[in-house]
Structures are given as structure tokens and as C-alpha cells.
Design a protein. Structure first.
Ligand SMILES: Cc1cc2nc3c(=O)[nH]c(=O)nc-3n(C[C@H](O)[C@H](O)[C@H](O)COP(=O)(O)OP(=O)(O)OC[C@H]3O[C@@H](n4cnc5c(N)ncnc54)[C@H](O)[C@@H]3O)c2cc1C
Length: 329
């Protein structure tokens, strides 16, 4: 690991200033939440900051506040605290379940919500120092290489999948992200936060080098709302989704008023399924309709040589999750 200076930020303004100062002096800076992803990348020298700005010392950034308008969740809340928070579990089950499904208890105890959303891809070419798009190169080695876990939607020129479990849940909940940077604060829809490789192959989101993801705002759940997160793994624990589905349904008795359906593990960004959402609106969710929805879900899938198995997995997770939610009173 390269030697680096460590700075504990007092507040968000100081965190941004510390990053700005480092950049002015020609140094690289990284923000750290729990450090569970960043430190691993630093040990491999995939990322090599001169200054590490810790956000853990910013007071109050791990709080959850509720109001009539919804909920505000500080970016520094740990995944463990988020998954156990009674109001999150009661009103936004999809988010609590997604946080609870991340990795292991140890990682959930240190990993933060913001760090989970901003974690870097887990593509083996990127993590092993290949000169791919993510490492500043001009190639995606997965295209002709080992692409078992890569994207079936939205790929090209890079085929990474977005690794976060909480990100699809936040997009499904129509959350907004509060970003603090050199020019102040801004709110961005979760769906607009993530960027496709065709727009910027080196980055996964819109954050600038001096921007901090401060908190997440979730609108109040409408009456009749039900939500859940289903994740399929290639082993029982410790790993990212091969395919996942975050589904939020607004129900009127047994009729679906509206749906938000977002897949994880299959695209470089949380992958929303607007055509499936339109198909379900105003309908009773029967086994036939759920099967049709699962066909529509994969209509745009473009698998690589070794990951076509994700298509039936995606169909299965969409169909099963819809039927389970529709049957849940
Ligand atoms: C064995 C293993 C299994 C895993 N399995 C899963 C899994 O199943 N599902 C899943 O979702 N994840 C999984 N992960 C990833 C894990 O969840 C992340 O390491 C963790 O959530 C990152 O949180 P952190 O606070 O430690 O982030 P950090 O390591 O501190 O930061 C991660 C990245 O985000 C940036 N960052 C952090 N906070 C901010 C902020 N507030 N503003 C702007 N940028 C910020 C950092 O600069 C860094 O690039 C796994 C990790 C391991 C090691």
C-alpha cells in the first residue's frame, strides 16, 4: 500500500475543503466511510490516494429522521443499523432487506450506506489491475474473456455490473441523493445518480472528485405500498447478487395501482424495467400476468458468451417476487 495522510473531517464542508486542498497540491484524495472497499483497493494499489478523508468523524451523518414527507437517512449509517431500524423495516422493507442481504455481519457492521452505493465494481479484471476502462485503459477484457458475472443489460464499452444491493432498492423507492460539493448542496434522483459506461466508462456515478454523498431522502410510502428485495447468489453468503430484484408495488386491495421494478447484478447501473411497470399498472397480478411480466423483463437482454444463464434467473426472480408481494396482505 502506498503511504498516505489520514484526515478526520469535522463536518462536510471541511471534508470537501480537505479534498480540494489535496487536489490543488497535485495530490489524489479519497473519501472513506467504513473503508471496507476502499482499503482493499488501496492494498492492491488499484486506488492510491495521497490523502484519505474519513467521514466517520462527521457528527450526525448516521441519523435517520422521519417526517410526514418521508425519511432522511444519513449516508454514514451502517448497513447493520439500517437493516435493523424499525421504521425502515416497517415502511421500506425493500431497503431493510437489501441492507440485510449485503455480504456478512462483519462487513455490515463497518460498511455504510453511502459507501455501499459508491463501492467500485467487483469485476476481476478491474480488481486485478488489468488496464481496462475502469483502470484508465481502452478495453473491457470481459467481452472476450471470463464474463460469467457480467452485464446482460446496458453493457458497452464496459460490461461491469453495479455491485450494490442497496442501490436498486433506493431507485425502486424513488429516493433522492443529497450531494455536498465545492459549489454547495444539490439533490439528485437516485435514478439519475448512476451512469452507464457509454456515458462515462471510467466512473459508475455522477460524483465529482470533491463531492460527498451526504444523505438519502425517501418519499413517504403511499397507502397500500408493499415492497421486497430478492437476491440470488452463487453461494449462500459473503457475496454479491448474481441477479436481484427490488420491487415496490402500490396496491388497491388486489389491484396493482403502480409498480417500480429495479434489477441488480445484471447491468452497470441499477436496471429499471419501465415496460414491466406499465404492464402491471391497473391489473390484478395473476400467475399468468407475472409470467408475462417476466418475459417482458428480459426482452432487451443481450448476454455475453458465458452469462446467458442470467436470463432465466432474472425471469424467475421477477415472477416469484411479484407473486409473493401480490399475495402479501
Ligand atoms: C467479501 C465481501 C463481500 C461483499 N458482498 C457484498 C454484497 O453482497 N452486496 C453489496 O452490496 N456489497 C457487498 N460488498 C461490498 C461492501 O458492501 C462494501 O465494501 C461496503 O458497503 C462499502 O461501504 P464502506 O462504508 O466501507 O465504503 P468505503 O470502503 O469507505 O468506500 C467505498 C467507496 O465509496 C466512496 N465513498 C464512501 N463514502 C462516500 C461518501 N459519503 N461520498 C462519496 N463517496 C464515498 C469511497 O471513496 C470508495 O470509493 C462485499 C464486500 C466484501 C469484501
Amino acid at each position: 500500500m502506498k503511504a498516505f495522510a489520514h484526515a478526520n473531517a469535522r463536518d462536510l464542508k471541511q471534508a470537501v475543503t480537505l479534498a480540494e486542498q489535496a487536489h490543488r497540491e497535485g495530490q489524489a484524495a479519497s473519501f472513506a466511510g467504513g473503508g471496507s472497499d476502499l482499503l482493499a483497493l488501496m492494498k492492491e494499489r488499484t486506488v492510491a490516494p495521497d490523502v484519505l478523508v474519513s467521514l466517520k468523524t462527521v457528527k450526525g451523518l448516521d441519523r435517520v429522521t422521519t417526517s410526514a414527507g418521508g425519511m432522511d437517512i444519513g449516508g454514514l449509517i451502517t448497513l447493520d443499523a439500517l437493516s435493523k431500524h424499525p421504521t425502515v423495516r416497517g415502511r421500506y422493507a425493500v431497503l431493510a432487506e437489501a441492507a440485510d442481504g449485503v455480504a456478512t455481519p462483519q462487513i455490515r457492521n463497518v460498511g455504510t450506506l453511502a459507501g455501499n452505493v459508491c463501492q467500485r465494481p467487483w469485476c476481476w479484471y478491474f480488481r486485478n489491475g488489468f488496464p481496462c476502462f475502469k483502470n484508465g485503459g481502452r478495453t473491457c477484457f470481459s467481452v472476450t474473456g471470463e464474463n460469467q458475472f457480467h452485464a446482460i443489460f446496458g453493457g458497452g464499452p464496459s460490461y461491469i455490473v453495479h455491485p450494490s444491493d442497496t442501490a436498486p432498492a433506493l431507485v425502486a423507492l424513488d429516493a433522492k441523493f443529497r450531494i455536498v460539493g465545492p459549489s454547495g448542496e444539490r439533490l439528485v434522483q437516485a435514478a439519475d445518480f448512476f451512469v452507464l459506461p457509454r456515458d462515462n466508462a471510467a466512473r459508475e456515478n455522477i460524483l465529482g472528485p470533491e463531492d460527498v454523498l451526504a444523505s438519502v431522502q425517501i418519499p413517504a410510502a403511499r397507502p397500500g405500498t408493499r415492497s421486497t428485495y430478492h437476491k440470488i447468489l452463487d453461494r449462500e453468503a459473503w457475496t454479491h447478487a448474481v441477479v436481484s430484484a427490488a420491487i415496490v408495488l402500490e396496491m388497491d386491495r388486489d389491484e396493482c395501482r403502480s409498480a417500480r421494478i429495479v434489477l441488480g447484478g445484471v447491468a452497470p447501473i441499477p436496471w429499471r424495467l419501465p415496460e414491466v411497470e406499465r404492464l402491471l399498472a391497473g391489473q390484478r397480478i395473476t400467475p399468468d400476468l407475472a409470467a408475462k411480466a417476466s418475459d417482458v423483463a428480459v426482452a432487451d437482454a443481450r448476454p455475453l458468451e458465458k452469462n446467458a444463464y442470467k436470463i432465466p434467473l432474472t425471469k424467475g426472480v421477477v415472477r416469484r417476487t411479484l407473486l409473493e408481494l401480490a399475495g402479501r396482505a
